[in-house]
Design a protein around this ligand. Structure first.
Ligand code: FE2
Length: 174
């Protein structure tokens, strides 16, 4: 995706998740697509340090990163996870999944704060004091976020979609 389109998607999703509405499963897909776009953009930046970096992209991402991540986390923790427990049942497996996901949110938010500062620094156009450290930090963040999304997709979204389909089948056959 082009960088400007990516930035627009991120800005729009940041607003959407400040008061999300509609089908929570569709919203979760939007959260995943947006965060994966963010990961790709961060990877591009990591790959180009200390060479050609778009200052504008870095400072824009520095501003949007934390609110985006926080708004998505609030949506998932306040709306989606309770709904998952309601639809899938309060089994030990689901409880463990939700606990793990919430713990990862906590870690990612801490990480996102540091990352936002680093992106601002890159956005000033001054040569970063420690380019390797910033590259390392960027990679740590987007690799963890991609793993989180894959896990959330596999252990929550897929099961919830399945439960929704099974429910509809019951209605049709019942
Ligand atoms: Fe999540």
């Amino acid at each position: 995706m082009h960088q400007l389109a990516g930035l627009d998607l991120i800005a729009e999703a940041k607003l959407f998740f400040s008061s999300p509405d509609g089908d929570p499963l569709v919203a979760l897909e939007k959260a995943h697509v947006t965060q994966l776009t963010l990961c790709d953009m961060l990877e591009q930046i990591a790959d180009s340090i200390p060479g050609q970096i778009s200052r504008e992209t870095c400072s824009k991402l520095g501003g949007d990163l934390l609110p985006l991540i926080r708004n998505i986390h609030r949506f998932e923790e306040d709306i989606l996870y309770p709904l998952a427990i309601e639809r899938l049942g309060s089994t030990p497996a689901i409880e463990a999944t939700v606990t793990r996901l919430q713990y990862e949110h906590c870690e990612d938010e801490c990480f996102a704060e540091e990352l936002a500062d680093a992106l601002y620094e890159l956005g000033t156009g001054k040569a970063p004091k420690n380019p390797e450290a910033i590259g390392y930090m960027l990679r740590g963040f987007f690799e963890a976020l991609r793993r989180h999304i894959a896990f959330e997709h596999e252990h929550l979204l897929r099961l919830m979609r399945q439960a929704a389909t099974d429910g509809r089948d019951d209605l049709v056959t019942g």
